[in-house]
Unconditional design. Sequence first.
Length: 129
Amino acid sequence: MTTTILYVCVTCRGTPPVDAPRPGARLLAEVEKRLAVGGSEGIDVVPANCLSNCPRGCSAAVSGSGKWTYVIGDLDPDRHAGDIIDFARLHRAHEQGVPEWRDRPEHVRKHTVARVPPVKPAALPQEQS
Ligand code: FES
């Protein structure tokens, strides 16, 4: 099973905007705290500087090698850290990174901003005879 990457935008200012501490940084801290307690097997958390979803921040993205990528918005650091962790676990468990719709946390179902197809693997070099 491949590793799933959970990108958390640490520069999001939330709604209404707050400068310090940034709600995105608070979301990252909450995600890291929960994974430290509940286990982070197969999930790497990576801070990101802007996922280009600023009007609908806080934002996070869930991705993995050869899998679909999901961008999720409207995240509240006080309410949704568990939702994106749950979705990251479902994403990791699915071969193509496409968890069943009904299994996804409600916030993820309603606030997925985009999904991006997997990057096509590079062509193998031609064999030499
Ligand atoms: S600052 Fe977070 S998406 Fe732009």
